[in-house]
Design a protein. Structure first.
Length: 154
């Protein structure tokens, strides 16, 4: 995917280029906003969807017991910790332990490697990440549009 910037910027930089949602898919990018000790945000690639509340990811630059900063980790478990099962909050496996998960982190959602079919515009009255299935019933007002000449890239 042709998205750049700090991890916390990927969600917004993907708007108009790639589909975004609150549901994980294999190959999608999990986008974390900046928060707490992770001021610049973070991104990870979903390797596999294990269940409706667990995925395996690979990512880099995530610390933990026995993990050297800058290393790439594969097969890391992430669980949906949100009360409504909407992937708005997650917990990430710590180090090499299969049973130890860290604190709860906010999540922006998932960026998918397919074109954004909304035409590049973000609309007021719709939820970020496509979380609202009733968007058509809202009063829609265009508030931003991707710059002309940008197209979806694979």
């Amino acid at each position: 995917m042709a998205v750049s910037g700090n991890g916390g910027q990927w969600w917004y930089n993907a708007a108009g280029l790639y589909a975004r949602s609150s549901r994980p898919e294999a190959g999608s990018i999990m986008a974390f906003p900046g928060s707490g000790g992770m001021r610049a945000g973070h991104v990870a690639v979903v390797e596999r969807v294990v269940s409706s509340r667990e995925v395996l990811i690979h990512h880099a630059n995530w610390g933990g017991p026995g993990i050297r900063r800058g290393s790439i980790m594969r097969g890391v478990s992430v669980v949906d910790a949100s009360p409504n099962n909407d992937w708005s909050q997650v917990r990430v496996q710590v180090g090499h332990s299969n049973e130890n998960y860290g604190r709860t982190y906010p999540l922006q959602g998932f960026i998918h490697n397919r074109p954004d079919t909304t035409g590049g515009a973000m609309f007021a009255g719709t939820s970020v990440g496509g979380r609202s299935a009733r968007a058509a019933s809202y009063s829609i007002e265009e508030v931003a549009q991707a710059p002309a000449g940008r197209s979806a890239r694979r």
